[in-house]
Structure formats: C-alpha cells, structure tokens
Write a protein that binds this ligand. Structure first.
Ligand SMILES: [Zn+2]
Length: 232
C-alpha cells in the first residue's frame, strides 16, 4: 500500500468524522507531517472527500481537516468500505510521535533558539515576535511543531536574510520557492517557527575566526534532509 492508500483508508475508517494532518501523521506514524498534508490535499480533489477548516474529531483543535463523505448517487451502490462502519482505533493518550524526534532536540541541544515565527498579513509573509537582538548572522531553520522543514545559513543580519523569503526578488528562485512553501504552510494552519544558532564566542584558528555555522550547515542538512532543502 502506498502512503496515499493508507491515508485514504484511515479517513474512510473514521466514517465522516474529521481528522487533521497532524493526527493523520500520528496515527499512521508518518515520518514527515508534510506527507499527510500532501495526501490530504490530493484526496480533497475527489468529491468523496471534503477538506476545510473545522474541529478535528481526534485532537479537538481547529485546523484544516478532511472527512470522508458519501458520494451522492441514485443507485444504492456504495462500495464495501462505505457500507461497513469501521470504528476508529481507540486513540491512546500517547505523546506525539515527533516529540522525541532526535533531530530537533539535537539542534536545541547544540544551541538553536526560538527567535520568532511566520505569519501572513494581507497575503504577505511577516516575521512575528521576532527577536531583533538575535538577528546576527546565523544558521537558521524553519520548523512546524517538531518537523524541520528548512535549514539555511546567512552571513547577513538574519532579519535581512529572512526579509527575502517574505519578499523574494524576481530572479531569486530559492527565495521564491521557500516563500511559496511558507505561505502554503501558514494557510494550512501550520505554525512555522524560526529557530537560529549563532556563535556567542567565536572560536579562532590562529588569527582566523572559525565560522561554526558554515561548518555545521552541510552535515545538519545531510543528516536531517529537511523537506524544503533541495538535495545536492
Ligand atoms: Zn487532529
């Protein structure tokens, strides 16, 4: 079975009850939340499924949710899955499966700190609760809950670098791509947080400053393989 099949089966089994992307991720133990989001959107193109902002029947939060709906048909020719009421599996009071994903914890352990989040205002991305004091050159990441979506590094002031994700220039293909991803994620009801790492006390090799961010970037991206980073 493909992930799409798994997601479809789960939603059908919920018998018209709503489920959000995060709960799909948890129930199917998907490694990346974005898979649930993508599959839910694919299914929502079918008249058998409806996706909209509503209360998730599993977690109780107001989010983008999907539900199965019976196809309107004159004959009584419902498919097997539609005839049989399959009760949803008993939801255990288990912690979110991402809560112990090592990657985000490891970033925090080496000194990544939360410095703000993205919001949409009039269709434009804006930095929210952004800590300007920490806006020095840094290694940074965009995260959704504990999913690391994107890792980048800048030698500019961080606020300046992030501005280009909010308002990309016409030739800035990476900025344009990340801008579209960020907007879509925020529209989907995800909270996209920004975490950043910088050297408080830069190390020196002889008289030269060791750029720790530059040294860490490659291997962090290699090990975590964030969804929005293009594989090199
Ligand atoms: Zn939910």
């Amino acid at each position: 079975m493909t992930v799409l099949d798994d997601v479809r089966e789960l939603i059908v089994a919920l018998d018209k009850r709503t489920i959000c992307d995060d709960c799909i991720t948890n129930k199917l133990q998907l490694s990346v939340r974005q898979y649930a989001n993508q599959k839910s959107r694919v299914l929502a193109k079918s008249p058998l499924f409806a996706r909209n902002k509503d209360v998730c029947s599993t977690c109780g939060k107001i989010k983008y949710v999907i539900r199965h709906q019976y196809q309107q048909s004159n004959n009584n020719n419902l498919s097997l899955t539609e005839k049989i009421h399959i009760p949803a599996k008993q939801e255990k009071n288990s912690p979110r499966i991402f809560s112990n994903t090592p990657s985000l914890n490891e970033l925090k352990a080496i000194g990544f700190k939360h410095i703000g989040n993205w919001i949409l205002e009039g269709g434009v991305l804006k930095l929210n609760q952004f800590d300007m004091k920490k806006s020095i050159p840094a290694l940074y990441a965009f995260i959704s809950e504990t999913n690391i979506l994107y890792v980048g590094k800048t030698n500019q002031m961080l606020a300046k670098r992030l501005y280009f994700y909010a308002k990309p220039g016409p030739t800035q293909s990476t900025n344009i791509r990340i801008n579209a991803n960020l907007k879509q994620a925020v529209l989907d009801g995800q909270s996209i947080d920004i975490i950043a790492f910088h050297d408080d006390i830069p190390k020196k090799v002889g008289s030269f400053i060791l750029n720790l961010s530059a040294g860490l970037e490659d291997d962090i991206i290699r090990q975590i393989s964030p969804l929005w980073n293009v594989r090199k």
